[in-house]
Design a protein around this ligand. Structure first.
Ligand SMILES: Cc1cc2nc3c(=O)[nH]c(=O)nc-3n(C[C@H](O)[C@H](O)[C@H](O)COP(=O)(O)O)c2cc1C
Length: 387
């Protein structure tokens, strides 16, 4: 019955525990960490876990369908792979592995602007099915050139991230002196040596670098100036005025990622966005930030007819995905879980993680008596009145 997965790791928590032993500490900390005291990370988990669902057992039921139609494409599962920068640092060739498996399993893979792989290579592997996550470069010529490359490579959906107004204050990375590529300090070398599989695969794949952005970096730029370059040149603040020219330049579906506030969703609708991702960047930017679940419930009631609403941050299981969809999301994304999968099981880990989440979702739908994803809100137990 369980041959769709490796029986030793039926949950994301199992994958995480294994990944922790196979990824060097500085890289695992980068993946795992949140900002400041990591209270936001905890709040994300508490928010989604508080959602309860109620079965309907005696009505006729003819099985469930997990597919979701988005922007003219029917995806096989109601979840996708969120953009994660420097993915190749956590596991060599992570973008290549995940983009390929997302294509195979017919779910979206979102490539980060600060990816360790070039956008052209991932477009090729994903046969044009990947989505592209865009940070808004402050430099006009870089912005235009990047958008031109994304379009030419054949990406269908542009996801503009707006919640990185500052570089997140992440104590783990500060303590580890995180840089890309990693510095060869004695401590880092010891950590790498303790993860032989990671080390061998990294030696084969080559040291991770920001391939998409490489053409814009000054030649020979010292590693310790990378963060400043990123901050100043690539990750510009995006307000509503900044979104307008992107909307004008991009003909395809436009998703605004990182919203929590109702007024921001209204602004995204105003500029003609096709979807928003209710998200707090996985607790990496504002430690006092809200978990997206409650705002999601409010926003979907108010704006659900006007714009597609997605959610991420803190989802770790089919149960959590079902809870987010029941709270009004049209679709969900997960970030860390797929990288845990790779860390635990190498190349097979992406497929394994997708299979687990899909199987968990199926069991929940069957148990609830819910036939399609858009019916899930009907099964939500309302524990707080939402105005
Ligand atoms: C290590 C790491 C790097 C990330 N890099 C990016 C990025 O480059 N662009 C982006 O829009 N979001 C980025 N995110 C945020 C994710 O896209 C997503 O919002 C978040 O991971 C969801 O929370 P989860 O990991 O709890 O599922 C990153 C998250 C993590 C954990």
């Amino acid at each position: 019955m369980n041959n769709f997965i490796d029986n030793r790791y039926p949950t994301v928590n199992d994958l995480r525990a294994k990944a922790r032993k196979r990824i060097p500490r500085f890289a695992f900390d980068y993946l795992e960490g949140g900002c400041m005291d990591e209270l936001g990370l905890q709040r994300n988990r508490e928010g989604i876990e508080a959602v309860q669902l109620r079965s309907e057992l005696l009505k006729p039921y003819s099985g469930c369908n997990l597919s979701v139609e988005l922007f003219g494409h029917t995806y096989s599962s109601p979840f996708g792979i969120a953009p994660i920068g420097l993915q190749g640092l956590m596991w060599p060739n992570a973008p290549e592995i995940l983009a390929a498996v997302a294509l195979k399993k017919n779910i979206p893979y979102v490539l980060s602007t600060v990816s360790s792989s070039s956008l052209e290579r991932i477009a090729e592997i994903s046969e044009g099915n990947a989505w592209y996550q865009f940070y808004n470069p402050t430099d006009d010529s870089i912005r235009k050139d990047l958008l031109r490359r994304v379009d030419r490579a054949g990406y269908k959906v542009l996801v503009v991230t707006v919640d990185v107004q500052t570089f997140g204050y992440r104590p783990r990375d500060i303590k580890n002196g995180l840089s890309m590529p990693p510095k060869m300090t004695l401590r880092n070398i010891m950590q790498m040596l303790s993860c032989p599989r990671w080390l061998i695969e990294t030696a084969i794949a080559g040291k991770p670098e920001m391939q998409t952005l490489k053409p814009y970096m000054p030649k020979g730029m010292p590693v310790d100036q990378l963060a400043e370059f990123m901050n100043k040149t690539v990750m510009g603040r995006v307000d509503v005025e900044g979104l307008k020219p992107i909307r004008d330049a991009w003909q395809g579906p436009l998703v605004v990622k990182g919203l929590i506030n109702e007024s921001d969703v209204a602004a995204a609708i105003q500029i003609g966005a096709d979807a928003v991702v209710m998200s707090n960047h996985g607790g990496r930017q504002l430690d006092a930030g809200e978990s997206p679940v409650e705002p999601l419930q409010r926003v979907s009631k108010k704006y659900g007819e006007q714009i597609k609403i997605f959610m991420d941050s803190g989802l770790r299981s089919g149960t959590n995905i079902a809870a987010a969809l029941a709270s009004g999301a049209d679709f969900t994304f997960l970030g860390r879980p797929f990288v845990y999968g790779l860390g635990a099981l190498g190349k097979k880990g992406g497929l394994h993680t997708i299979n687990c989440l899909h199987k968990q979702m199926e069991q929940i739908m069957n148990q609830l008596g819910c036939e399609s994803v858009d019916q899930l809100p009907h099964f939500l137990v309302p524990n707080k009145p939402i105005n």
